[in-house]
Design a protein around this ligand. Structure first.
Ligand SMILES: *[C@@H]1O[C@H](CO)[C@@H](O)[C@H](O)[C@H]1NC(C)=O
Ligand SMILES: *[C@@H]1O[C@H](CO)[C@@H](O)[C@H](O)[C@H]1NC(C)=O
Ligand SMILES: *[C@@H]1O[C@H](CO)[C@@H](O)[C@H](O)[C@H]1NC(C)=O
Ligand SMILES: *[C@@H]1O[C@H](CO)[C@@H](O)[C@H](O)[C@H]1NC(C)=O
Ligand SMILES: *[C@@H]1O[C@H](CO)[C@@H](O)[C@H](O)[C@H]1NC(C)=O
Ligand SMILES: *[C@@H]1O[C@H](CO)[C@@H](O)[C@H](O)[C@H]1NC(C)=O
Length: 347
């Protein structure tokens, strides 16, 4: 009984302190932590009151899901900081200044606004690999992001333009998530990202496929934009690109140059929910083709197989054509020979 009362008082005190003077109370943190911790738990003298710093993970600081409004000062030994699911709207200079060894900063699901993030907060973190800023209220890419980043998430914000130097020097960045923003044009901002393999741009305002995409890209997600044309040779010099998703755009036959998708390295192509009237020519190596919900009027075998015989056939496994203007009656008999590997053909 006594224990419960103490716990409630303690919880009430924490609540008060967090909403009021976060900084001045940080130094009491260790005192309360020492009361709270068992005898065998070494006291983390430098742990901010609002966070947990379990001794089993001496380089991690857990501050998520507790209505924080500010980022607490991060002690120098920390490598991983969890701040997601709070009410943090800004980041002031200095909070990360001592923690130059930080590898992860997890800040998604907060209320972060671009004009409340000081320009220099991330600049002194030469080891930062993972920065999660998704589901916030950012309207631009923070300045001075570390070049060491490998996984950068800024999806579900309100970012509309990307200055050309936003990602300069990030030679180790492999995954970039920018889906559900308001991006109209990327210019050449991504060109120098030589390690980038995963790019998610779903749900933006793009009207064309970004030019000068990084050469090592393997997964490109562009669904739910306003793209109407595909550049000539968009895929020709991209041997690493395996998955291209363009569903829910404004593509027409005229916007797709001949042989655009006839590329032997492509594995999956999603062109569903567009305005195509013809099946584009694909390589016999393609495995999955999604064309549902277009205006396709003809089942053209030549789109899949240039020659049909025992030795020449398509490797297509999944073909989706439902919600078009064709039915199974429109499928010519030789389609069975050409598409003999298919496990799934939906009409
Ligand atoms: C930050 O680091 C400096 C230099 O190592 C040290 O003097 C200072 O006490 C640290 N500040 C905090 C709040 O840990
Ligand atoms: C990229 O990663 C390598 C290997 O981990 C590292 O040596 C290099 O410093 C990193 N580059 C940057 C810009 O941080
Ligand atoms: C997103 O930014 C635009 C200006 O670029 C602004 O008009 C709009 O209100 C913002 N939306 C939200 C949800 O903040
Ligand atoms: C591009 O990808 C290839 C194969 O995955 C890899 O060997 C190469 O190092 C990558 N290039 C860069 C600049 O990361
Ligand atoms: C598709 O590309 C292959 C290999 O480059 C080529 O031989 C073939 O003629 C092309 N298909 C069509 C229909 O143009
Ligand atoms: C058809 O198959 C034969 C035998 O494998 C091959 O020599 C020929 O190049 C193939 N033709 C096409 C157009 O792929």
């Amino acid at each position: 009984m006594y224990g419960w009362v103490f716990l409630l008082l303690w919880a009430g005190f924490v609540d008060l302190s967090v909403t009021q003077h976060t900084d001045t109370l940080t130094c009491y943190g260790s005192y309360y932590a020492s009361l709270y911790a068992g005898d065998d738990e070494p006291i983390a003298l430098d742990c901010p009151l609002e966070c947990d710093c379990p001794s089993a993970y001496p380089d991690a600081m857990y501050c998520h899901s507790r209505n924080l409004r500010h980022v607490p000062f991060v002690p120098s030994r920390m490598k991983y900081v969890y701040l997601q699911n709070n009410q943090i709207s800004g980041i002031t200079d200095g909070v990360f200044d001592n923690a130059t060894g930080l590898i992860w900063i997890i800040l998604h699901m907060n209320q972060l606004k671009s004009d409340k993030i000081s320009n220099k907060v991330f600049t002194k973190l030469p080891k930062l690999e993972r920065l999660f800023l998704h589901h916030n209220k950012l309207d631009r890419i923070p300045e001075g992001l570390p070049r060491s980043l490998q996984d950068l998430r800024m999806n579900h914000n309100n970012i509309s333009s990307i200055p050309a130097d936003s990602f300069r020097g990030m030679t180790n960045l492999t995954a970039l998530r920018l889906q559900s923003n308001a991006i109209e044009d990327l210019g050449g901002a991504l060109e120098s990202l030589q390690s980038l393999t995963f790019l998610d741009l779903r749900g933006n305002q793009l009207t064309k496929i970004p030019e000068r995409l990084p050469l090592n890209l393997s997964q490109l997600y562009l669904e739910h934009n306003r793209i109407s044309t595909v550049p000539v040779d968009f895929l020709q010099n991209r041997p690493e690109l395996r998955f291209v998703r363009l569903s829910h755009n404004q593509l027409t036959d005229n916007g797709i140059p001949p042989n655009t998708f006839n590329v032997s390295t492509l594995m999956e192509l999603d062109l569903s929910y567009n305005k195509l009237e013809k099946i584009p020519t694909i390589s016999t190596n393609l495995m999955n083709l999604y064309l549902q919900a277009n205006h396709i009027k003809e089942f053209s075998i030549s789109s899949f197989c240039r020659v049909v015989d025992m030795a020449n056939y398509s490797n297509l496994r999944v073909l989706r054509l439902e919600a078009n203007e064709i039915s199974s009656r429109d499928v010519p008999p030789e389609a069975l020979l050409c598409l003999r590997m298919a496990t799934n053909i939906d009409l």
